[in-house]
Design a protein around this ligand. Structure first.
Ligand SMILES: [Fe+2]
Length: 446
């Protein structure tokens, strides 16, 4: 071998070693076995890009008509959340669907840009799945002046392409019939990211279909994913937009999977005992035990509603999983950025008032329409409903149950059953009162 040829070989080896090391330094590097993991879970961000609204009348009206979502502050909330991530640097960030308001392509692209910036500056691995609002949404709209106008949505393959760096390119297995995938960020824990949406029905219905299911072929793929993980003694965390269990006696049709019983059976057979979901916009933990096996499901509250909350899931190879909740620190982010806006600098108080007011106004208007109540009575009923709703979303109704039951508003709501017009509101009111003192903001799984 000539010296020249030897030099060439050394050079080639050098280049190859850089390439190989480069690959392992990137996000594809798997976290070693035996290490603790920290995961943030945020859901139902319903992001709306600034580029498709002018802050005009149509947009203002839209932002006030919702269920208490702070659409007008979504950009600030996402930026502040990114700041939380930069400070705390969790290993993983999971976004469990409804990434956008109504699947606008502009919103997806802008959100993906923000996620890329977060991932690059923190090293936090990001994984997303779609929610029912994200794909082929016929309601995708922009806002200009007093008008709403149609804006493009994305189809399933565009979604996968936009979020290729946030799960899809890194997947170790993909389902052929949905946007579900399996990710292996760590040697101990895998993420089963399930696409439970039925966007293929949207063009026919003309709406973002609320219901969800997991098809038989996807269940078969799940079985295969679990078999391999079990053989290697790897834990799997399941993530989906729709719910496995009913999280409200009233709000469950369209929220709980249409074939939840069948899905639960597959989950149980395959030891999928921890499910993280969203969609219902309330903080809630449910679990069911059968033959000594318990499945836990945690629905995390929407990030853009009070209390601007996300889940923190910690995995310890010795002690197991610990879930808790945390709130986006918008106030500190605003101060650090030098943003002199009184609302942003006291954002938690604002968001609580925004939701409380939203509920109060709707209830007060409905009560006024019946013509049955005095001013004092309307105020008492609206106030009690508002207090209950604020705590319901936060998952803390247990702590105010006694105060609610003793209130004047409660007694009036109980009697309101005699009025047909109020049946809908009354049953929502009663559905929020917890039957036991279970906590919805923390959980330990051994
Ligand atoms: Fe949803």
């Amino acid at each position: 071998m000539t010296i020249r040829y030897q030099k060439k070989l050394i050079f080639l080896f050098f280049i190859m070693s850089i390439l190989v090391t480069g690959c392992s330094i990137g996000k594809s590097k798997v976290i070693e076995s035996g290490k603790t993991l920290s995961m943030y879970i945020a859901t139902d961000i319903h992001y709306l890009a600034d580029s498709i609204h002018d802050n005009g009348k149509a947009y203002q009206n839209f932002s006030l008509l919702g269920d208490g979502r702070m659409v007008q502050y979504v950009d600030d909330i996402v930026n502040a959340f990114g700041y939380d991530i930069k400070i705390n640097k969790p290993d993983i960030l999971i976004l469990s669907g409804d990434l956008t308001t109504n699947g606008e392509k502009a919103s997806h692209l802008k959100l993906a840009e923000k996620l890329e910036e977060i991932e690059k500056s923190t090293g936090t691995r990001i994984y997303v799945i779609p929610g029912n609002h994200d794909i082929d949404n016929p309601w995708a709209r922009g806002f200009q002046g007093t008008e709403r106008y149609k804006t493009p949505s994305v189809n399933a393959s565009e979604f996968e392409k936009i979020y290729k760096d946030f799960g899809y390119d890194e997947a170790i297995s993909k389902d052929k019939d949905s946007l579900s995938y399996l990710a292996a960020p760590s040697k101990d824990v895998r993420l089963l990211m399930l696409d439970t949406c039925e966007y293929q029905l949207n063009p026919k219905t003309g709406t973002p279909v609320t219901n969800g299911e997991i098809r038989e072929s996807t269940l078969e793929w799940i079985r295969k994913c679990c078999k391999e993980a079990q053989e290697k003694n790897i834990r799997i965390v399941t993530v989906m937009h729709h719910n496995l269990y009913d999280h409200s006696p009233r709000i469950h049709y369209g929220f709980t999977l249409d074939n939840s019983e069948e899905v639960e059976k597959v989950f149980r057979e395959n030891n999928l005992d921890l499910v993280l979901s969203g969609h219902v916009h309330i903080q809630d933990i449910k679990s069911k035990e059968e033959s000594g096996k318990r499945i836990y499901e945690i629905t995390t509250a929407s990030l853009i509603m009070y209390p601007i909350q996300y889940g923190v899931l910690k995995y310890n190879p010795v002690t197991g999983f610990d879930y808790s909740t945390s709130q986006v620190d918008v106030d500190t982010w605003a101060r650090e950025k030098g943003i002199e806006d009184n609302t942003l600098m006291d954002f938690m108080s604002y968001s609580k008032l925004f939701l409380a007011d939203n509920t109060y106004r709707k209830v007060y208007t409905a009560l006024t329409k019946t013509g049955l109540y005095t001013e004092d009575e309307k105020e008492a009923m609206a106030e009690t409903m508002s207090l209950l709703n604020v705590n319901y979303l936060k998952g803390t109704t247990g702590s105010i149950k006694d105060a609610i039951v003793c209130s004047k508003g409660y007694k009036l709501w109980i009697k309101a059953g005699e009025t047909e017009d109020l049946e809908h509101l009354r049953s929502y009111f009663l559905s929020m009162i917890p039957s036991n003192d279970t906590t919805n903001n923390s959980l330990h799984i051994n």
